[in-house]
Design a protein. Structure first.
Length: 471
């Protein structure tokens, strides 16, 4: 569906993107209530969405709700260890089975044997089968197992994440993720667990929020301090529904097979020092993500372990080898990732429509997920988290923490991003704004989001842009 547009020549094609043609699209996707209402019908009930980590439902009877727009889904683990998902609604007269008050991030519990509706007591087992109705004889003979059971929702897992899809006719999760899913599987994200996870209600549309993290093109303008140790020139590429950003480089000396994604040398004369500074600065200011303690420590030793004239390629190779050894010594065995997969895997993946995951060999994060908040196109539920590979038994216990969007809570780099998002939302309302002109080389993930959204929404369709705005 994503390769061929329903809307004819209007929507841009994958080929337009690969050729890096300039594109624009209307701002209604960010601003209009009609668009938000349409998302409730045409987007959220049709797509695979990440719910949580599998480890959040470790035992039979564990359950949680996943809430998006007007939809609420109950996901649970059954006695046989498999997952089930249902719409969170009682088929009798429509009470939510589990009450989810507005503004609550997630409702969860355990030891469930059944779900009893709080209104008239209809009861359902963990297969969604109705097991109790008061006075069924009053309906004469029209009640059947089929019309009194819960409405089932598709559920599947990938990379340790639970996913749901409300559309019974949808493709499988594997097909939905496509090549993006295959590439990320090499990184064994299923073996990682949360280091931290935070959420906030933030004053911008969910697309403004995710777009703020889809492209490194903004680093030079927003995170100026990061330029001291490395350049942030990015390429980006569509993979159907999903897309990737990759560090590109303007200087040939930094092009190397060993360098990809978060593994790269710093700039300047002494790569031993700048590689450490680059990794340390990122780690400390992005809320201790984008690397691990082991990687940072190994980088801190580069100056002592390598001669001054070590090339960037030697620095990277030595750094990775010693971090890998340190990890192995504590029982964290790195996955073997073929070099061509490493190169293709890039820096971070935009998983359509509302996720972005920066991945490494022993960590994933910062990662982001956003959802609409209430009926206001100018608000979203913003979430970020970090995953890491820990030695067995060394995994920290975490919960979702509500954290106001400040530097204190999220690190100074995210605070800089928060400093833009709200004002993008405001700025796009200006009658003087002609329309978005995303960078076709570096911001392709943003363009790809709108290309694919248009396929579901049938509105706000991107088009090729010749540089001339209609007067
Ligand atoms: S609405 Fe659930 S039992 Fe009546
Ligand atoms: Fe940023």
């Amino acid at each position: 569906m994503n390769e061929m547009s329903k809307f004819g020549p209007q929507n841009i094609t994958a080929e337009d993107m690969d050729k890096e043609r300039q594109v624009t699209y209307p701002t209604e996707a960010f601003l209009s209530r009609e668009y938000l209402e349409a998302e409730k019908k045409q987007l959220w009930p049709k797509i695979w969405q990440m719910v949580e980590r599998e480890t959040d439902l470790p035992n039979p009877g564990d359950w949680l709700t996943y809430n998006v727009a007007d939809e609420s889904i109950i996901v649970l683990r059954k006695d046989d260890g498999t997952l089930k998902a249902f719409h969170n609604v009682c088929p009798h007269r429509g009470r939510q089975l589990i009450s989810v008050p507005d503004g609550v991030h997630s409702v969860r519990g355990n030891m469930r044997k059944n779900f009893v509706c709080g209104f008239h007591g209809w009861t359902y087992d963990l297969d969604g089968k109705n097991t109790y109705i008061l006075d069924p004889q009053d309906w004469h003979d029209i009640l059947t197992p089929e019309n009194t059971c819960l409405s089932e929702v598709k559920v599947d897992t990938w990379a340790g994440f639970i996913y749901i899809n409300m559309d019974p006719a949808s493709v499988s999760l594997k097909e939905w993720l496509g090549r993006a899913g295959e590439i990320l599987e090499y990184f064994e994200i299923d073996k990682m667990c949360y280091k931290w996870r935070q959420w906030a209600v933030y004053p911008c549309n969910w697309k403004v929020a995710i777009e703020a993290f889809l492209e490194p093109y903004h680093v030079a303008g927003t995170h100026t301090q990061l330029l001291a140790y490395g350049d942030y020139y990015a390429a980006s590429k569509q993979y159907g529904l999903h897309s990737v950003s990759l560090y590109d480089t303007r200087e040939d000396q930094f092009k190397m097979a060993e360098s990809s994604g978060t593994v790269r040398a710093g700039k300047g004369d002494d790569a031993r020092v700048s590689t450490y500074e680059l990794i340390r600065e990122n780690y400390e200011t992005v809320n201790f993500t984008a690397s691990t303690e082991v990687l940072v420590n190994a980088a801190s030793r580069l100056k002592d372990e390598l001669p001054e004239d070590a090339t960037p390629a030697e620095v990277i190779a030595h750094w990775q080898e010693s971090a890998k050894r340190d990890d192995a010594a504590r029982g964290v065995i790195w996955p073997e990732i073929p070099p061509e997969i490493r190169a293709e895997s890039g820096l971070a993946w935009g998983i359509f429509p509302n996720q972005n995951i920066l991945h490494g060999v022993t960590f994933a994060g910062p990662a982001y997920r956003v959802r609409p908040y209430g009926d206001d196109p100018g608000k979203c539920i913003f979430e970020s988290y970090a995953l890491e590979r820990y030695p067995e038994g060394g995994e920290p216990e975490t919960e979702w923490v509500h954290a106001e969007p400040t530097g204190e809570n999220w690190g100074s780099v995210l605070a800089q991003d928060f400093g833009n998002m709200e004002f993008v939302q405001k700025g796009m309302k200006s009658s003087g704004f002609r329309g978005p002109m995303p960078n076709p080389h570096q911001e392709q993930k943003v363009i790809n989001l709108h290309r694919n959204l248009a396929e579901y929404m049938g509105m706000s369709v991107p088009r090729l842009f010749d540089g001339k705005w209609e007067k």
